[in-house]
Design a protein around this ligand. Structure first.
Ligand code: PLP
Ligand code: COI
Length: 362
């Protein structure tokens, strides 16, 4: 099947006026401010990938029997476009998102969008909506997604799909800001993923399944939920929308191994940056009981969440039904700050890029 498509461009006839856009970008929060355009590509078993368009962002008409509305055959990605000092725009490791999108598609029995088309679709959107990339610490969060669009109620892989890319101007993910430590709730009752399940795929269903646990976290005044493994309810896996790292008093770090967790691109980048700095880092199981004991004994110095939306966010307080504990002094630690700076400086073009992670859009 062809891995090239011609994108037909239909620019918005009445894009958002500059003054209105500036007001929206002043304090965008996360996921509420959207740019003017979207990219759409259709797939059918008969035609393959076709009908690639850049068009005004608008509601999408759907048949009420569209398969995704019933059986949740849907996957997505998340990555950010950054404004550089020279007025350009860059993406961070977008090829990894393209690859993970293919892996998610495979797990959900969906067709694989060629990497090249995935990247072109994002470049098209960032190009046409370049004015929506905020200055300063903000970025344009790109959300590619694909869903089953066949009108059919039988349970089977759909014959038709719609791939869409939208973009949202964002600031920090957490309301408390980019550097404040967050609190987490360790769910005892609910799990996110089981061996053989979809935990490693970025499918909407995983997030639907996490919402009750996240609501429980919010009820206990926590920012995020931490999931334990489904088999033993013992090992820390990840947060609702982030991976997790632990920093010890001997300078070493641990992060849970791949398997049922989402293989985060930030996680992989932090592993590389830590190894570049000579920091010993293990991909190893770590139990909740050990986490509590190490925090209390002082062996554990820091913990942080990491992901595209969260970047690196320190974890200050850990709460569970049988009590809570504080990590370090409850604030951001030095190692978290150092690794975050190393990552963000590469993402924003302020540091050299030895691993060729930066993709220049224009
Ligand atoms: N884990 C989950 C469940 C996520 O939703 C995310 C966010 O995308 C991550 C981890 C981190 O992945 P990445 O660093 O690729 O954004
Ligand atoms: C991301 O970091 O891109 C995520 O997907 C996390 C959350 C917004 C779902």
């Amino acid at each position: 099947m062809s891995d090239t498509l011609k994108f037909v461009r239909h620019p918005h006839p009445t894009p958002t006026p500059a003054d209105k856009r500036a007001a929206l970008l002043a304090n965008p929060g996360f996921g509420r401010v959207f740019s003017d355009h979207m990219v759409t590509i259709r797939y059918s078993d008969a035609k393959g990938w076709h009908d690639a368009r850049v068009e005004p962002r608008a509601p999408i008409p759907m048949d009420p029997a569209a398969a995704v509305l019933h059986y949740a055959q849907e996957i997505f990605e998340g990555l950010k476009a950054y404004k550089t000092a020279d007025g350009g725009a860059t993406l961070f490791r977008p090829i990894e998102n393209a690859r993970r999108f293919q892996q998610s598609a495979e797990r959900l029995a969906m067709p694989k969008l060629p990497e090249k088309i995935f990247l072109e679709a994002i470049d098209e959107l960032v190009n046409i909506d370049r004015d929506w990339i905020p200055d300063g610490d903000g970025s344009l969060y790109i959300r590619p997604f694909m869903f089953a669009n066949e009108t059919f109620l039988g349970v089977k892989p759909s014959s038709d799909y719609l791939f869409i890319v939208i973009a949202s101007s964002v600031g920090a993910y957490f309301k408390s800001g980019a550097d404040a430590a967050v609190s987490v709730w360790v769910s005892q009752e609910y799990t996110r993923a089981a061996p053989g399940g979809t935990g490693a795929a970025k499918c909407g269903g995983n997030y639907a399944a996490s919402l009750l646990a996240q609501a429980e976290a919010t009820h206990h005044k926590c920012d995020q939920v931490v999931f334990l493994d489904a088999a033993e309810r013992k090992w820390i896996e990840e947060l609702g929308g982030m991976n997790v790292f632990f920093v010890f008093n001997d300078g070493s770090m641990t992060t849970p191994p791949l398997g049922t967790i989402l293989p985060g691109i930030t996680r992989s980048s932090v592993l590389t940056l830590a190894r570049d700095k000579g920091i010993p880092v293990r991909e190893e199981k770590y139990s909740f009981d050990q986490w509590r004991a190490d925090a209390k004994s002082g062996k554990l110095r820091e913990a942080f969440a990491c992901g595209t939306a969260a970047v690196l966010t320190p974890i200050g307080t850990v709460r569970a039904p049988d009590g809570e504990f504080v990590i370090g002094n409850g604030q951001s630690g030095a190692r978290t700050g150092e690794l975050k700076k190393a990552l963000v400086d590469i993402q924003r073009g302020r540091a050299s890029d030895p691993h060729k992670w930066i993709h220049k859009v224009f």
